[in-house]
Design a protein around this ligand. Structure first.
Ligand code: ZN
Length: 253
């Protein structure tokens, strides 16, 4: 039996009720990627495990591999990110980042940098000022896109390949990045991108967090950056879901 047990750190991404007293957990681990586990009996009041598998908690887990589903056998808190639970903004931000990781990853696909990014982001959301929380979310978005193969191109025109100059350029969501003025003005789906917005996106994509954390943005730049990333992520997830659907159909066929 022992050879079918393993220990792992994990961040709890999602949980749902399962059976009479159990929970089904979706967790992200450093070296095994995303896993789904059954936590038995944790909805009973005397459960010792329950407090260690709250949403967003970084926990140390012992897991028994099962025929169908893996079973959680022990859990201890590594980092509770308790301050995340202080206010509704923080909780909704934490929901958002764990949902992003869930949507952008597949089960049993190890990806240590994503685990690290998620853990650091939760800490920044828990303890950062509202401005740092905003920047931490945008930093997470742009780096998660990069780590999962959807990095937006911000330096070369996605149409002609020329270096992007510091003027007003265009952004083309479905082509995955910036277009120079010559190409962008002829594309019906390219939208003008203000230079300030492009600079912030490049800064987020290329600089370490320590340089980003103190940046103060104007309200309209904040909104523009947030909206553009949200549109890009929404488009990317739809495309990703379609390609997963397509692969499933192909396999079945
Ligand atoms: Zn071009």
């Amino acid at each position: 039996m022992n050879d079918r047990l393993f220990n792992t750190d994990a961040i709890i991404l999602r949980r749902s009720d399962f059976g009479e007293a159990d929970r089904l957990l979706t967790v992200f681990t450093p070296h095994r990627g995303k896993l789904r586990l059954v936590a038995k009996g944790v909805r009973k009041t005397k459960s010792k495990k329950a407090g260690h598998i709250e949403l967003f908690t970084h926990a140390s887990l012992q897991v028994a591999t099962g025929r169908n589903l893996d079973i959680l056998t022990q859990a201890d808190t590594v980092q509770a990110y308790r301050a995340l639970r202080d206010d509704l903004d923080k909780i909704s931000h934490a929901y958002y980042v764990t949902e992003l990781v869930d949507k952008f990853t597949e089960e049993h696909d190890p990806h240590y940098p994503i685990f690290e990014l998620l853990a650091l982001t939760l800490a920044r959301l828990a303890d950062g000022s509202p401005n740092e929380q905003f920047l931490a979310l945008r930093f997470m978005e742009i780096h998660l896109l990069g780590l999962t193969g959807f990095q937006p191109q911000l330096f070369l025109c996605v149409d002609c390949g020329k270096k992007i100059e510091p003027v007003e350029n265009y952004f083309h969501i479905s082509r995955g990045g910036v277009m120079c003025p010559d190409c962008g003005q002829n594309h019906p789906h390219a939208d003008p991108i203000p230079l300030g917005t492009l600079k912030v996106l490049r800064f987020l994509q290329t600089r370490p967090w320590e340089q980003i954390a103190g940046v103060q943005l104007k309200a309209d730049t904040r909104r523009a950056v947030e909206n553009l990333l949200l549109r890009y992520i929404t488009f990317t997830l739809e495309k990703k879901l379609k390609s997963v659907d397509f692969l499933r159909k192909l396999r079945k066929g």
